[in-house]
Design a binder for this molecule. Structure first.
Ligand code: GDP
Ligand code: MG
Length: 84
């Protein structure tokens, strides 16, 4: 079970100041690039040496569209990360 106290998601997860919030779950086979996609989108970072994503539950990114503040809570499917 993913924890809401994720080190990566915690920072903005308690910020309630938004117009919309979407929770998005990224699913897919191991090693297709789910973790890399999330880190690039949320942090604009890429680390080619990721061995495992165990412990990373979700990241939060806030975007603005039509003068609305939209908070995206993007989750990695935890069950598929045991080998990826
Ligand atoms: N060259 C290249 N490698 C990538 C790209 N996206 C992911 N990778 C590599 O593919 C491997 C698996 O990526 P990862 O994000 O861990 O996949 P996950 O198992 O779906 O989370 C890692 O070694 C990444 O560095 C990409 O766009 N280009
Ligand atoms: Mg992964």
């Amino acid at each position: 079970m993913a924890s809401a106290n994720s080190t990566y998601g915690q920072k903005e997860s308690t910020d309630q100041n938004f117009d919309f919030m979407f929770k998005i779950l990224i699913i897919g086979n191991s090693s297709v690039g789910k973790t890399s996609f999330l880190f690039r989108y949320a942090d604009d970072s890429f680390t080619p040496a990721f061995v495992s994503t165990v412990g990373i539950d979700f990241k939060v990114k806030t975007i603005y569209r039509n003068d609305k503040r939209i908070k995206l809570q993007i989750w990695l499917e935890s069950g598929s990360e045991l080998d990826g």
